[in-house]
Design a protein. Structure first.
Length: 765
C-alpha cells in the first residue's frame, strides 16, 4: 500500500499536558514516522505511513488525548511522502503567531501524590513534585511556547536523574517543564517576620506545622500567591486574623486534609466531590451539616450556613495538611480586597503585622492567581471567582473580531483580550479601589499583551466614565467602545452558552450606569443583533448618599419607603429602622431624598434586596459587599416550602417611540412586607415570599416580551434559590433558560461581555 504523509495542525489546550509525548507514543505504536513540534500557535505534526494507520492515528489523537488537553481545531493536509526514517520530537519553534493556549495550573495528580508519601521514592516529601499531568503552568510562564527557558524554573539546572526523565518519551515526566527533585529543584524556608531564616527544608515544614498548632498565623507561599493559614479550630487565632486583616465577618475559606474529613462537616454531593478533587481544585461552597463535630470555630463563617472548602492542590499543601491532620483557614495573603502577594520580599512588607511567620520557597511566582470559587447551581458548577485552575482558558467566538482589549468594570475586575477567535479572560484581579489593585490591573494587561503578542486595535470599557478601568481605557490612545454594564453581563452569558439573538436578558446586580444616566440593576433587556432594548425594570427609587447606600442597606430601605409615601413622618417607617438613624442623620438623608441631591435614582435589584433585609430588621449595615442579600438567602432553608408570594404590579410606562417599558412596581410588596414584619411573621417566611415574588416577576416579563430564549446574568444570580427558582418556573412555561457556568455572573464576567459587544458590532457591519 502506498505510503502517505499527513500534515496536522492542532490548536487548543495542548501545551504542558504531555501532548507531544502522547503523539510520540501513538505514532511509534502505529509504526508511523515523522515528527511533532510545539510552536507558539499550537502543535504541528507530520506523520507518514499506511493510509489505514494514518486514519487510526487521527482518530486516536482525538479519542485518547491526555486528560488535561482540549482540541479546539485539528486541521490536516495531505502531502507527498518525505521518507522519514523514525518519529521524533523536535525542538520548539520560537516564531509565528502566538495563539497557543497558556494552560492553567493543575492540582497535584494521584501518581505524584503517591510518590510524595512513599518513603522509597526519591521525591519522598519533596514539596515541588510534579509531572506532565500536574503542577504549575500559568503562574510560572513568562512567554509562549511553554518550555522550561520560558518559565521561572529556568534558573534551576536539572540533575542527571531529572534530565533523564525529562528526555525519556516513556517517562511520566517527559518534557515536564517544572520537573525537579530535592537534588536540583527549589526548596522551602521558614522566615520570621523580619525575613530571618529560622529553618529550611523538612525542619521548616515541621516548625510551620508546630506554629499553626500553637495558634500562630503563617503566611505560606503557594502556587499563585501567599495564603494566610491558621488552625480552623482556634477561635482566638481566627479573631486575630480578622482584626489584622481588617476583615470583620466575611467568611474565610478552609483547606481540609481529605474528602472524608470534609464530609464530617459538610454535605458533599457527587458533583461537588468531583469538583473538589478536580485538577482545578477550586473552593467549593458547601452546605454545613449541623450540628457538626467540634474542631471548627464559629469565627470561620459567622452566621453562614455554607463553608468555602478546598482540598490541598500543591505538594506543599499536601504535606502541611497531612502533618496537621485537621482543617485550616486558608485565606488570600492580602489586606481586605487588595491583590494577593506573590513575592516573599513584598509579603514581608505587605503582610507585616498580619503573619507571625513566613513559609516561603525560591520558585518565583510570575503572575498571581487567587483560589477560584465555585458553587453548584441547578446541578451545574457556577464559577463565581475565576482564577487558579481556570484562567486563562479561552472562550471561543464563532468568528474573529479585531484584536480587542476589554478592561472590565470596577468591582471584582478581570480583563479580557481577543486574539483571533479566542477570548482570553484574565484571572480575578479584584476591586479597583486601591493603588495596589490598579497596578495589578495594568500589570495583567501588559503581560497578556506580551504573552499573546497582541496589540489591541479597540479598547472596550464600561459606560461609567469614572471607573478607573474606564479612565485607563481613555489614556490608551486607541478607539474606545463603551458598553452598557447590564448589556455586557447578558452578552457574556450568551457567549459562553453560544446562543444568538433574539434573547431576553435578565440582568440583576447591585449597580451599573444605564444609558439614561441613572443607576440600573434590575433590568430586562431584549438583545438584538448588535444592541439592546430595555423592556422592563424595577420601579426606581432614590439612594440617599449614593454609594454609601451599598454599605448601609438601611438607606435603601429609607429610600424605598420614601418613594412610596413621600413623607418624613415617623409613622410611615418601621420604628426599628427609624431608630437606627440619629436625628441629624435622618434630617440629612430626608433632605437628600426630597431634593434629589446626592440621591441617585436606581432600579437595582441588589438594592431592593438590601431594602428588604433592612425592613425585616436583618441587617442595617454591610461589612462586605452583598452581605445583606446573602443573609436573606441564608434564611430560606428555614422557610416553609409553600410560603407564597407578594403582589407585584406591572405597569406600562408610556414611551415615545420604540417598544414600551414595563415597570415592576414593588410598592404594594414593600407595604405587605412592612405589615408582615409588624405582625411578627418570621423573617425566613418574608424572605421566601420576597424571593418567590422576584421569580414570578421574571415569568411575568418573559411572557409579556415573548422571546423563547432567556439569559440570566448579574451578581444576583449567584443566589441559588433565586436562580434555580427562575430556571424552574421559566422552563415549566416552555422558555429556554441559559445561565452562567464558566464566566462569573458577577462583574468578573463583564470583560468577556464587552468583547462580545465589539464582536457583535463587527459581525453585523
Ligand atoms: Zn503529577
Ligand atoms: Zn533533580
Ligand atoms: Fe454588575
Amino acid at each position: 500500500m502506498a505510503v502517505k504523509r499527513l500534515k496536522i495542525t492542532i490548536q487548543g489546550a495542548v501545551q504542558g499536558v504531555g501532548f507531544r509525548p502522547f503523539v510520540y507514543r501513538l505514532a511509534d505504536e502505529l509504526q508511523l514516522t515523522g515528527w511533532v513540534i510545539n510552536s507558539g500557535s499550537g502543535v504541528f505534526i507530520e506523520v507518514e505511513g499506511s493510509p489505514d494507520n494514518l486514519a487510526l492515528f487521527l482518530r486516536r489523537v482525538h479519542d485518547e488525548r491526555p486528560p488535561q488537553s482540549s482540541i479546539h481545531t485539528l486541521e490536516q493536509a495531505q502531502l507527498d511522502p518525505a521518507g522519514y526514517q523514525q518519529f521524533e520530537i523536535r525542538k520548539s519553534d520560537e516564531g509565528g503567531e502566538t495563539t497557543a493556549i497558556m494552560l492553567p495550573d493543575l492540582a497535584t495528580c494521584p501518581d505524584c501524590r503517591k510518590e510524595l508519601f512513599d518513603p522509597a521514592d526519591r521525591r519522598y516529601r519533596y514539596p515541588f513534585i510534579n509531572c506532565t499531568n500536574c503542577g504549575p503552568r500559568f503562574t510560572i510562564i513568562s512567554a509562549l511556547p511553554y518550555d522550561r527557558p520560558n518559565t521561572s524554573m529556568k534558573h534551576f539546572q536539572m540533575c542527571p536523574a531529572c534530565e533523564e526523565e525529562y528526555r525519556n518519551p516513556a517517562d511520566r515526566r517527559f518534557h515536564a517543564q517544572p520537573n525537579a527533585c530535592p537534588e536540583c529543584g527549589p526548596h522551602i524556608e521558614l522566615w520570621d517576620h523580619s525575613g530571618q531564616v529560622m529553618a529550611s527544608h523538612e525542619a521548616a515544614l515541621h516548625q510551620a506545622v508546630a506554629a499553626i498548632e500553637a495558634g500562630k498565623i503563617v503566611a505560606v507561599k503557594g502556587l499563585g500567591g501567599f495564603h494566610l493559614i491558621c488552625d480552623a479550630g482556634n477561635s482566638p487565632a481566627i479573631r486575630r486574623l480578622r482584626e489584622r486583616k481588617h476583615r470583620e465577618e466575611k467568611p474565610f475559606a478552609l483547606m481540609f486534609p481529605d474528602l472524608s474529613l470534609i464530609r464530617q462537616y459538610c454535605h458533599v454531593s457527587e458533583t461537588e466531590a468531583r469538583l473538589l478533587q478536580s485538577s482545578q481544585a477550586p473552593i467549593v461552597l458547601l452546605k454545613q451539616c449541623l450540628p457538626h463535630p467540634p474542631g471548627l470555630s464559629e469565627e470561620v463563617a459567622p452566621g453562614n450556613p455554607y463553608l468555602g472548602v478546598m482540598l490541598p492542590y500543591t505538594p506543599l499543601h499536601h504535606l502541611l495538611l497531612s502533618d496537621l491532620d485537621k482543617p485550616v483557614v486558608a485565606t488570600s495573603g492580602n489586606i481586605s480586597d487588595e491583590p494577593i502577594c506573590i513575592d516573599e520580599q513584598e509579603a514581608l512588607q505587605r503582610l507585616h503585622g498580619i503573619a507571625d511567620l513566613f513559609l516561603v520557597h525560591n520558585r518565583p511566582i510570575l503572575r498571581h492567581a487567587d483560589d477560584s470559587i465555585v458553587r453548584l447551581i441547578a446541578g451545574r458548577e457556577m464559577v463565581m471567582r475565576r482564577a487558579r485552575g481556570y484562567a486563562p482558558l479561552p472562550i471561543r467566538l464563532p468568528s474573529a473580531p479585531p484584536p480587542t482589549l476589554a478592561v472590565g468594570a470596577h468591582l471584582k475586575n478581570s480583563i479580557a483580550l481577543s486574539v483571533g477567535k479566542n477570548v482570553f479572560i484574565s484571572q480575578h484581579i479584584g476591586d479597583l479601589e486601591t493603588e495596589a489593585s490598579f497596578n495589578a490591573f495594568q500589570e495583567v494587561i501588559d503581560r497578556f499583551k506580551e504573552v499573546y503578542r497582541t496589540e489591541p486595535e479597540i479598547i472596550a470599557a464600561d459606560l461609567h466614565p469614572d471607573y478607573l478601568s474606564s479612565q485607563y481605557a481613555r489614556e490608551q490612545n486607541r478607539p474606545i467602545h463603551t458598553v452598557q454594564h447590564h448589556y455586557a453581563h447578558i452578552l457574556s452569558c450568551m457567549l459562553e452558552n453560544e446562543i444568538e439573538p433574539p434573547v431576553l436578558g435578565i440582568s440583576w446586580d447591585g449597580t451599573g450606569l444605564g444609558d439614561d444616566g441613572t443607576v440600573w440593576g434590575g433590568e430586562f433587556l431584549e438583545i438584538t443583533q448588535n444592541d439592546f432594548i430595555r423592556r422592563a425594570c424595577f420601579r426606581p427609587f432614590r439612594l440617599p448618599g449614593g454609594d454609601h447606600a451599598i454599605r448601609e442597606p438601611r438607606r435603601s430601605a429609607l429610600g424605598a419607603l420614601f418613594e412610596i409615601c413621600r413623607s418624613e413622618e415617623e409613622k410611615h417607617y418601621p420604628s426599628e429602622l427609624w431608630q437606627s438613624f440619629s436625628e441629624p442623620e435622618r434630617k440629612t438623608l430626608f433632605r437628600m431624598l426630597s431634593r434629589g441631591i446626592n440621591a441617585p435614582l436606581s432600579s437595582s435589584a441588589g438594592r431592593l434586596f438590601d431594602a428588604v433585609a433592612a425592613l425585616t430588621g436583618l441587617r442595617y449595615r454591610n461589612n462586605f459587599e452583598g452581605q445583606a442579600a446573602m443573609e436573606l438567602e441564608f434564611l430560606l432553608p428555614d422557610a416553609p416550602r409553600e410560603a407564597g408570594s407578594y403582589p407585584l404590579r406591572v405597569r406600562r410606562e408610556k414611551n415615545s417611540g420604540k417598544k414600551s417599558l414595563l415597570i415592576l412596581d414593588w410598592a404594594v410588596m414593600m407595604e405587605a412586607i412592612r405589615n408582615d414584619k409588624q405582625q411578627g411573621v418570621a423573617a425566613a417566611v418574608i424572605s421566601a415570599k420576597f424571593h418567590n415574588t422576584l421569580v414570578e416577576s421574571c415569568l411575568d416579563v418573559a411572557k409579556a416580551v415573548g422571546l423563547e430564549k432567556v439569559a440570566l446574568s448579574g451578581g444576583c444570580f449567584q443566589n441559588k434559590y433565586l436562580t434555580e427558582g427562575v430556571i424552574r418556573r421559566l422552563q415549566a412555561e416552555g422558555f429556554r433558560v441559559y445561565w452562567h457556568q464558566q464566566a462569573p455572573p458577577n462583574d468578573g464576567g463583564i470583560a468577556l461581555g464587552q468583547i462580545g459587544a465589539v464582536w457583535r458590532l463587527h459581525q453585523n457591519k
